[in-house]
Ligand binder design. Structure first.
Ligand code: SF4
Ligand code: SF4
Length: 245
């Protein structure tokens, strides 16, 4: 059956698990010059929605607008790059998000993760949008990702793949790209497997080997903070608080 706007009522209801315990936005926002979480700042990340998802949210909330860039050329570029059947969007900001949390997009709920697929197209689990390694606190703390989030993520993308079969190929391609990038960097890819385990993926042939989650590396400022004498205290007390444009 083709996807319908109202499918997103149940998709949203079933994918409402926080990524980690607590609010990871409190951890990253202090490191953004604009003082907001990086994934909520369209200077860093622009969410996209499926057309049916858009139809659902505009019917039930005031929270979203089609994305407009700082210039006409930038707006055109991002709209052109957005896959057919989807659109780039912008929300009304953190206050609106707090009021209408039930209408956060699938991409908001999934960030920073995307479904990792093997060369053969098997959906193995979660890995992350690697361009955000230096900014996203969660990527530097993969051991903190809640099992309930991982399970909800897998269930949600299984359902999305049933509704949008071409998305399987989109994310297979994305996984190929990540293997290429990490292969060039002589790095293995962290994988949160759908079986609940942690693995390293060898980019050359996609082979998995078990990982200890505490061995997944930290990046950017979070790597620096981890070297401080009291790293946990520093990050826990941090000030308040899928497209790269
Ligand atoms: S998912 Fe990453 S970028 Fe988004 S709020 Fe959490 S730590 Fe920040
Ligand atoms: S809807 Fe919420 S989570 Fe999504 S981008 Fe806006 S503020 Fe961030």
């Amino acid at each position: 059956m083709p996807p319908r706007a109202e499918d997103f009522a149940s998709l949203y209801a079933a994918f409402d698990e926080p990524v980690v315990d607590g609010d990871c936005g409190l951890k990253c926002a202090p490191h953004n010059a604009y003082g907001v979480p990086f994934c909520c700042d369209t200077r860093h990340a622009v969410p996209t929605m499926y057309g049916e998802e858009w139809a659902f949210v505009v019917r039930h909330s005031e929270m979203w607008r089609p994305w407009l860039g700082p210039t006409d050329a930038e707006t055109r570029r991002l709209w052109d790059e957005t896959p057919r059947g989807q659109l780039p969007v912008m929300c009304q900001g953190l206050a609106a998000c707090a009021r209408e949390r039930g209408f956060r997009s699938i991409v908001c709920r999934a960030f920073p993760f995307f479904p990792y697929l093997s060369r053969e197209g098997e959906f193995l689990g979660l890995t992350y949008y690697w361009p955000y390694e230096d900014r996203c606190w969660v990527i530097s703390h993969l051991d903190r990702v809640r099992p309930a989030f991982r399970e909800a993520f897998v269930r949600t993308y299984e359902r999305l793949f049933a509704l949008y079969p071409h998305e399987r190929e989109t994310f297979r391609y994305h996984s190929i790209q990540m293997r290429r990038v990490f292969g060039r960097r002589h790095r293995e890819i962290p994988l949160l497997h759908r079986d609940g385990g942690y693995y390293w993926v060898r980019p050359r042939d996609g082979r998995l080997r078990p990982a200890r989650p505490e061995d997944f590396p930290k990046h950017g400022i979070y790597a620096v903070l981890a070297e401080l004498p009291f790293p946990d205290e520093e990050s826990d007390n941090a000030a308040s608080s899928v497209h790269e444009p």
